[in-house]
Design a protein around this ligand. Sequence first.
Ligand code: G6P
Length: 372
Amino acid sequence: AAAEKGGYATFMEKEINDQPHAVADTLLGRTDVEGRLTLDEMSISEEQLKNVDRITIVACGTAAYAGMTAKYAIEHWTRIPVEVALAHEFRYCDPIVNERTLVVSISQSGETMDTLMAVKHARELGAITVSVCNTHGSTIPRESDAVLYTHAGPEIAVASTKAFLAQITACYLLGLYLAQLRGGSFADDAAAVMKELAQVPAKIETLLGQMGRVREIAKFMADTRSVLFLGRHVGYPIAMEGALKLKELAYIHAEGFAAGELKHGPIALIEPGQPVFVIVPSPTSEHGLHGKVVSNIQEIRARGARTLVIAEEGDEAVEPFADEVIRVPATSPLLAPLLTVVPLQVFALWLSTAKGLDVDQPRNLAKSVTVE
Ligand code: G6P
């Protein structure tokens, strides 16, 4: 068993550290010599894909947060409207789906019943279905028109980590492929993103080497009863994923908010000592989002929050208002989730460990939920 864990104490720790490979392997073999995406295994004709006028992503849990992250990127790159539905809600909300809708399911196991039923329903309605899945030969890919495998390798720990990064990567590839099919400036932009995406695995590796302080912070927070997470744009689903990891692994009340929503309610929760993670957008983000989130940090700090700030390397603006700054390597804003989520996973892992809990098998949870 120790060998299976690659020298780590738990599968979760191993899987977090596997993430550079999970992303690199998911990118591997999906471009030709000129760097154009091929996605040969996607058995849907280019003609059919060119006709797609709407995308609906269906998934549960962590996979749904991967979908929410991908929505920002796919819409930006393709200008095709993307909706994300929790699979168990999708079926029962009279979904608007037809032959021009691409329904993308995301599932690590390929066996989640809620997601499977959503896919079946989508097919009945005539949609084109693509499965983003980590498990060869599982049910959801078999029930879909096409599959785009994530190559994260087997994920054993119940709480998902490396599959999440691989899911985001695969959904991004799908979005970039659709952009490439659109041609012109869409294709040029996609080619530029592909170059940057290729740099991401090495950046995750660097980041993993800098997680000592996060581990220490977690260790000192074993008695914490509530942690909040704030993010904006792609940082928003990452805030929710950070909160989910903490609920799953450390049984701590945690909630992720869109940073812009703070003043509309959640700021009332801030009292002295309340720990709040803030995922800061890159200073290169559009629409001045960086400055807006830095102001949020200032606002909650003024009310006594303990601010744990995840910010890009070299972003000095956060320093005056942060109790802790956790640095991530710079990348373009839409690729940042592949980095910013890592410290949140590491935090949940070590907080759970500090509480003496079983990180690989949290109470009440199953790796794949095969009942509705
Ligand atoms: C379960 C797991 C979660 C996972 C979700 C979706 O609830 O505990 O970690 O995110 O199922 O699983 P899937 O295999 O469909 O990605």
